[in-house]
Design a protein around this ligand. Sequence first.
Ligand code: NAP
Length: 482
Amino acid sequence: MSNFNNLLAEANLIDGRWTGADNGRTIDVTNPATGEVIGTIPNCGSDETDRAIAAAQSAFESWSRSDLSLRVRLLHDLHDALMDNQEPLAQLLTAEQGKPIFEARGEIAIGAAYIRWFAEEIRRAKGEIVPAPTADRRLLVTHHPIGVVGAITPWNFPSSMLARKLGPALAAGCTVVAKPATATPYSGLVWGKLAQDVGFPDGVVNIVTGSSSAIGGSIMASPEVRKVTFTGSTEVGKTLIRQSADTVKKLSMELGGNAPFIVFDDADLDAAVEGAMIAKFRNMGQTCVCTNRFYVQAGIHDAFVAKLKDAVAALVVGNGAEDSVQQGPLIDGGAVAKVEEMIADAVANGGSVIQGGKRHSNGGTYFQPTVVTGASADMQVATEEIFGPLAAVFKFDNEDEAIAAANATEFGLAAYAYTRDLGRTFRLNERLEYGLIGINSGLITTVEAPFGGMKESGMGKEGGSQGLDDYLETKYMCVAGL
Ligand code: NAP
């Protein structure tokens, strides 16, 4: 289980050099499955971040004008470096984050796929020659790298969330200052190591760890950072949006969710339960697109609940490093306390715990995968992101009621529905206020499609042909007097 030792970067990457914090301070990183310390990372602040920004600004001069073919080749090499190290990288990811090893392998693979996607997509980032109103003019619309990019990522997908930012930024010719989450920094830092190994020039990728407010503060205050891409909570996202005003930065915000999962009477029951398990329990319920609220139509409700209960009871809980495990520990004690609080609130408001409901006998931050029925709109589970292995089931009677309930939240990231009615599928597409909609599937993220939320779940898209837009500035040039 220490296969990843040569990928464990316990320093920060600034201008091509691996360094510690100026004051020598470090932060311990622990394995949530065992409580053991994996290693340390530098506890950096604004001075180190300012240097990383200066390095990125300096590197931008040449990187932004580098040959497209060079950038494409380096990105393909980065993809290959990821996949050549898929197994140790997955082990490292599981060690710091807790997710089952098969999920970690999948995260490394999709991260690599994003890098390859953007290596391909940048070759199609075409401009336009627009018909001019007069014969003596030519109107050109051209795309240019936006500049230094600040990238701040969360702990739940510490590898692939950075891939979705590094891929388009590097392809476009931008340079990057990245700040991984403190709980799971190594899966982020290793991107710096691999980028260096395959030959990205010094200063193109910089990675800083430590105080989020100091590092974030420097990134947000810097006039040289032209774009910030953030994945994390809505609360922190709003702070960054406010801080961006003084330097008018372009922003991408991938924020929290409160996904509804609607099961209609005409659904394929087995498929719905299978999709429910993926959409709810992947990463122990700690994904932004995880189902928060199951809405199940009255005619199928009891059958769905019975099958869901059995499937949840069969989940194998343990250290994610073991191949048979399907549910690892939660990220920390706060996450456990939040799930407990939400279960207590649901029970106090008339809900019933029909499966799980307690801390797991493994101790630590393990929690029993849980199903609560009889959920209602006045419970916390209806309005707050659960981010844990708790499935809350609401009952509904008709389509209008389900859509209204699904939309009754300030969030708008992912929504799922199971139905065999084609007309209803299109009504859902038009009426659900969500950026991602899965019909008859609980797992829809793919590099080819734009990922991003509506309402307070954020702005901007990652992946798809749209995923490059945020890293490119569009210029219009008029050539007159011809
Ligand atoms: P978080 O607390 O918002 O942290 C995200 C990142 O922001 C971390 O690197 C964190 O650093 C940093 N940060 C915290 N305060 C900051 C500040 N004042 N200035 C600058 N950076 C700051 O979120 P999380 O708990 O890691 O992740 C879970 C959340 O992310 C959930 O709400 C989930 O829905 C959301 N998420 C959204 C998507 C999406 O694509 N929409 C994907 C995954 C996750 P530290 O780690 O040092 O605190």
